[in-house]
Design a protein around this ligand. Structure first.
Ligand SMILES: C[S@@+](CC[C@H](N)C(=O)[O-])C[C@H]1O[C@@H](n2cnc3c(N)ncnc32)[C@H](O)[C@@H]1O
Length: 251
């Protein structure tokens, strides 16, 4: 992948030309990228892109690298929007825009709004929406505070920061390079769910839905928050690895 990037060629070209001599400049450029990777920097940041839902998203260290398991939340949203194609949809904490832009592309009649606390992340999301030809609105601020008063939705989705403070994963692998605000709530991993669930009632149409991605083993706590807030038919959905990854219900 690094050599493809340096030479700007396809993987099949690389395989078919494995005896081709490299210029000194190309070798130097390759070594520079290799050094970054050997220092642990994620491929997505080195290459500046990551595929999600079949689309290529630009990513920078200002945003979380979209994860394959998050496609489950998008698929759930798209299946709900099929029942009401003009649905008003809110993605809280959009990061690169992976969820919101994918929904907008899959459901062109839906009116999709995306927010983030980070202005830098919103710039990345706006760029992705433009590059991929998706139409959506963006607002900056903390959860619902970002939104104009009175704006309501048929569906709210979110993949908020859910890693508890002090979790050893935060100091390992790709996570070392990702924005802290995208990974952890600085508390027990449930703060964002408390805020998103407790504020949802004022922002959902009656019968509207809220679905959120969460970490391994958080489904019981997230479902309890939803039930206590008055959500009906609260349930969790497994990802492709069989891990309960998304929980939600109807208001
Ligand atoms: C786990 S990342 C998810 C990014 C993207 N939705 C995805 O799934 O790839 C969480 C996002 O929530 C944002 N965030 C954190 N605290 C927030 C807050 N108080 N209000 C709004 N967004 C927040 C972060 O900036 C980050 O972009």
């Amino acid at each position: 992948m690094l050599l493809q990037e340096v030479l700007q060629v396809s993987r099949s070209w690389l395989i078919a030309h494995d005896d081709e001599a490299l210029s000194v400049e190309h070798v130097q450029a390759y070594r520079a990228l290799e050094e970054r990777r050997l220092a642990g920097e994620p491929m997505a940041y080195i290459l500046g892109r990551r595929e999600f839902m079949g689309h290529e998203f630009h990513v920078s260290p200002a945003v979380l690298i979209p994860r394959p398991e998050t496609e489950l939340l998008v698929e759930k949203a798209v299946s709900l929007i099929r029942e009401k194609p003009t649905a008003r949809v809110l993605d809280l904490g959009t990061g690169s825009g992976a969820i919101a832009v994918s929904i907008a592309l899959a459901c062109p009649e839906a009116r999709v709004v995306a927010t983030d606390y980070s202005a830098e992340a919103l710039d990345v999301a706006r760029g992705n929406a433009q590059a991929l030809g998706a139409r959506l609105e963006f607002y900056q601020g903390s959860w619902y505070e970002a939104l104009p008063e009175g704006k309501v939705f048929d569906l709210i989705v979110s993949n908020p920061p859910y890693i508890p403070l002090g979790d050893p994963h935060l100091t390992q692998g790709d996570l070392r390079f990702e924005p802290a605000v995208a990974l952890s709530d600085g508390n027990d991993g449930l703060d964002a769910y408390r805020q998103i669930v407790s504020g949802a009632g004022r922002r959902l149409e009656p019968g509207g839905s809220l679905y959120m991605e969460h970490g391994l083993g958080q489904e019981t706590a997230v479902c309890a928050l939803l039930t206590a807030a008055g959500f009906r038919a609260v349930h969790s959905l497994p990802d492709l690895a069989g891990i309960l990854r998304v929980s939600g219900g109807h208001f």
